[in-house]
Write a protein that binds this ligand. Structure first.
Ligand SMILES: [Fe+2]
Ligand SMILES: [Fe+2]
Length: 139
Protein backbone atom coordinates (compact mmCIF):
# COMPACT_ATOMS: atom_id res chain seq x y z
CA UNK A 1 0.00 0.00 0.00
CA UNK A 2 1.28 3.44 -0.94
CA UNK A 3 1.95 5.83 1.93
CA UNK A 4 -0.77 8.34 2.77
CA UNK A 5 0.96 11.29 1.13
CA UNK A 6 1.37 9.45 -2.18
CA UNK A 7 -2.19 8.17 -2.01
CA UNK A 8 -3.55 11.70 -1.52
CA UNK A 9 -1.40 12.93 -4.44
CA UNK A 10 -2.83 10.20 -6.67
CA UNK A 11 -6.43 10.92 -5.61
CA UNK A 12 -5.78 14.60 -6.34
CA UNK A 13 -4.52 13.66 -9.81
CA UNK A 14 -7.77 11.71 -10.32
CA UNK A 15 -9.72 14.75 -9.08
CA UNK A 16 -7.87 16.98 -11.56
CA UNK A 17 -8.79 14.61 -14.39
CA UNK A 18 -12.48 14.65 -13.42
CA UNK A 19 -12.48 18.47 -13.19
CA UNK A 20 -10.88 18.55 -16.64
CA UNK A 21 -13.55 16.21 -18.00
CA UNK A 22 -16.28 18.48 -16.64
CA UNK A 23 -14.85 21.36 -18.68
CA UNK A 24 -14.27 19.18 -21.77
CA UNK A 25 -17.81 17.74 -21.76
CA UNK A 26 -19.39 21.13 -21.17
CA UNK A 27 -17.37 22.51 -24.10
CA UNK A 28 -18.48 19.64 -26.33
CA UNK A 29 -22.11 20.21 -25.30
CA UNK A 30 -21.78 23.85 -26.43
CA UNK A 31 -20.17 23.21 -29.81
CA UNK A 32 -22.05 20.12 -31.04
CA UNK A 33 -24.27 21.09 -33.99
CA UNK A 34 -26.60 19.43 -36.46
CA UNK A 35 -29.95 17.66 -36.38
CA UNK A 36 -28.99 15.35 -33.47
CA UNK A 37 -27.87 18.26 -31.32
CA UNK A 38 -30.78 18.03 -28.86
CA UNK A 39 -29.96 14.49 -27.88
CA UNK A 40 -26.17 15.01 -27.90
CA UNK A 41 -26.32 18.06 -25.63
CA UNK A 42 -28.14 15.88 -23.11
CA UNK A 43 -25.60 13.09 -23.55
CA UNK A 44 -22.59 15.40 -22.95
CA UNK A 45 -24.27 17.14 -20.00
CA UNK A 46 -24.97 13.75 -18.42
CA UNK A 47 -21.21 13.08 -18.66
CA UNK A 48 -20.66 16.45 -16.95
CA UNK A 49 -22.91 15.35 -14.07
CA UNK A 50 -21.18 11.99 -13.72
CA UNK A 51 -17.69 13.56 -13.78
CA UNK A 52 -18.88 16.03 -11.15
CA UNK A 53 -20.17 13.17 -9.05
CA UNK A 54 -16.74 11.49 -9.27
CA UNK A 55 -15.01 14.78 -8.48
CA UNK A 56 -17.18 15.29 -5.38
CA UNK A 57 -16.49 11.79 -4.06
CA UNK A 58 -12.73 12.20 -4.65
CA UNK A 59 -12.55 15.71 -3.14
CA UNK A 60 -14.44 14.61 -0.04
CA UNK A 61 -12.12 11.61 0.32
CA UNK A 62 -9.01 13.77 -0.06
CA UNK A 63 -10.14 16.01 2.83
CA UNK A 64 -11.23 13.00 4.90
CA UNK A 65 -7.68 11.65 4.57
CA UNK A 66 -6.28 14.98 5.78
CA UNK A 67 -5.24 16.23 2.33
CA UNK A 68 -6.09 19.43 0.49
CA UNK A 69 -8.15 19.05 -2.72
CA UNK A 70 -6.66 20.40 -5.94
CA UNK A 71 -8.17 23.18 -8.05
CA UNK A 72 -5.98 22.27 -11.06
CA UNK A 73 -7.50 21.56 -14.44
CA UNK A 74 -5.31 20.07 -17.20
CA UNK A 75 -4.82 21.61 -20.63
CA UNK A 76 -7.72 20.66 -22.90
CA UNK A 77 -7.31 19.99 -26.64
CA UNK A 78 -8.94 22.96 -28.37
CA UNK A 79 -8.63 23.02 -32.17
CA UNK A 80 -11.47 25.54 -32.57
CA UNK A 81 -13.76 23.27 -34.54
CA UNK A 82 -14.33 19.54 -34.16
CA UNK A 83 -16.56 17.01 -35.81
CA UNK A 84 -18.72 14.89 -33.54
CA UNK A 85 -16.51 11.89 -34.29
CA UNK A 86 -13.37 13.83 -33.27
CA UNK A 87 -15.04 14.88 -30.02
CA UNK A 88 -16.15 11.34 -29.23
CA UNK A 89 -12.65 9.95 -29.97
CA UNK A 90 -11.07 12.56 -27.69
CA UNK A 91 -13.59 11.69 -24.97
CA UNK A 92 -13.03 7.95 -25.36
CA UNK A 93 -9.25 8.41 -25.03
CA UNK A 94 -9.70 10.45 -21.89
CA UNK A 95 -12.08 7.86 -20.40
CA UNK A 96 -9.58 5.08 -21.19
CA UNK A 97 -6.79 7.02 -19.52
CA UNK A 98 -9.01 7.56 -16.47
CA UNK A 99 -9.78 3.85 -16.23
CA UNK A 100 -6.05 2.94 -16.46
CA UNK A 101 -5.18 5.38 -13.68
CA UNK A 102 -8.04 4.31 -11.40
CA UNK A 103 -6.98 0.68 -11.78
CA UNK A 104 -3.40 1.62 -10.82
CA UNK A 105 -4.59 3.57 -7.78
CA UNK A 106 -6.94 0.76 -6.80
CA UNK A 107 -3.89 -1.49 -6.38
CA UNK A 108 -2.49 0.95 -3.80
CA UNK A 109 -5.57 0.78 -1.57
CA UNK A 110 -5.60 -2.88 -0.56
CA UNK A 111 -5.75 -2.13 3.19
CA UNK A 112 -8.48 0.49 3.01
CA UNK A 113 -11.69 -1.37 2.16
CA UNK A 114 -13.91 1.73 1.88
CA UNK A 115 -11.49 3.50 -0.45
CA UNK A 116 -11.11 0.34 -2.49
CA UNK A 117 -14.91 0.06 -2.86
CA UNK A 118 -15.13 3.75 -3.81
CA UNK A 119 -12.56 3.23 -6.56
CA UNK A 120 -14.31 0.05 -7.67
CA UNK A 121 -17.59 1.97 -8.06
CA UNK A 122 -15.83 4.63 -10.11
CA UNK A 123 -14.02 1.96 -12.17
CA UNK A 124 -17.37 0.32 -12.91
CA UNK A 125 -18.79 3.65 -14.10
CA UNK A 126 -15.73 4.54 -16.22
CA UNK A 127 -15.94 1.13 -17.88
CA UNK A 128 -19.61 1.83 -18.65
CA UNK A 129 -18.67 5.23 -20.14
CA UNK A 130 -16.05 3.58 -22.36
CA UNK A 131 -18.55 1.01 -23.61
CA UNK A 132 -21.06 3.77 -24.32
CA UNK A 133 -18.54 5.95 -26.22
CA UNK A 134 -17.54 2.94 -28.33
CA UNK A 135 -21.21 2.41 -29.25
CA UNK A 136 -21.59 6.07 -30.19
CA UNK A 137 -18.50 5.75 -32.41
CA UNK A 138 -19.84 2.69 -34.23
CA UNK A 139 -20.65 3.26 -37.91
FE1 LIG B 1 -15.16 9.90 -13.97
FE1 LIG C 1 -16.16 8.78 -17.12
Amino acid sequence: MANLKTLIQHLNKDLERELTQIVRYLHHSFIVMGPSRGHLVGFFRKQVQESMDHAIRLGEKVTALGGHPTVSVSQIFEPGEQTLEEMLKEDLESEEEALREYKKHHKETAQDIALRVLLEQIIFEEQTHIEEFKKYLEK
